[in-house]
Design a binder for this molecule. Structure first.
Ligand SMILES: C[S@@+](CC[C@H](N)C(=O)[O-])C[C@H]1O[C@@H](n2cnc3c(N)ncnc32)[C@H](O)[C@@H]1O
Length: 238
């Protein structure tokens, strides 16, 4: 069992008292002596096929979008992020490893062990020296306040039933002027004959939640099917 080492490079944002167990390079939190596990997300069953499903099915058929253009746009958007402390919500199979600089200190959270295992492989192959993967729910981030420079959440916000609560968690863990980057399918852009599961919101509803939680909301001028891209900058002063 790993005891957290506050101040060590890959655990510096952990709250005091959080106990971890490392299982094959993935950190589980431990409560009352038991590993905390979550109800499996649909993608866990499909984790070996996740990337191919996204490319061949979800992107063209559900989002009406192009995966290569999505990745090129994000790569460009993240270009200036170097040597920063980056948190990702809903790491999935670790595609961010191909999109941000390996100079960053990366922390990824997800509820799916199958996908995080794949993510670990990608971050290692991309030679990230500082990265940590955590099985945890976005509603209960085991991190201290004001610790991350950047938070990223791609194609995942629509799975959160309480986006307001998640926005508050993002605000809590981001530093003052820290930036939240997201891509998410939105009602306004989805074709009427397509059903996207989860809690899909409109651009206005998304903007309202982030603005009311004291972020500067900045839509990005890029069209790619049903996907909406935005930045939200934390107004918090520390
Ligand atoms: C569509 S995938 C997106 C993965 C990745 N960000 C990408 O762009 O390919 C959604 C991810 O969100 C994770 N997820 C869903 N609900 C979650 C929650 N409450 N807390 C943490 N992760 C969650 C799923 O396990 C899955 O890996």
């Amino acid at each position: 069992m790993i005891e957290p080492e506050p101040g060590s490079s890959d655990k510096k944002c952990l709250k005091d008292g959080v106990v971890l167990k490392d299982v094959g390079g993935i950190n589980y939190t431990v409560k009352d002596g038991k590993i905390v596990k979550y109800k499996k997300w649909l993608g866990d069953l499909f984790s070996p096929m996740y990337d191919s499903l996204m490319e061949k099915n979800v992107f063209p058929k559900k989002f009406g979008a192009d995966l290569n253009e999505h990745e090129d746009f994000l790569k460009n958007l993240y270009k200036g992020i170097e040597n920063e402390n980056v948190l990702e919500l809903g790491t999935g199979s670790g595609n961010l490893a191909n999109l941000i600089s390996r100079t960053n200190h990366y922390t990824g959270v997800d509820i799916s062990p199958g996908l995080l295992k794949r993510a670990g492989k990608k971050f290692s192959e991309n030679k990230f020296e500082k990265f940590g993967l955590y099985i945890c729910n976005v509603y209960e981030l085991p991190f201290i306040n004001d610790c991350f420079d950047v938070c990223v959440c791609n194609l995942t916000l629509n799975f959160f039933s309480d986006l307001e609560k998640v926005a508050k968690e993002i605000k809590r863990v981001l530093k003052s002027s820290g930036v939240f980057y997201s891509s998410v399918p939105v009602k306004d852009k989805i074709s009427s004959d397509i059903i996207i599961h989860g809690y899909v919101k409109s651009i206005k509803e998304t903007e309202k939640i982030f603005s009311e939680n004291d972020f500067y909301f900045e839509p990005q001028q890029f069209e790619n099917g049903a996907i909406f891209y935005f930045k939200a900058v934390n107004k918090k002063q520390t």
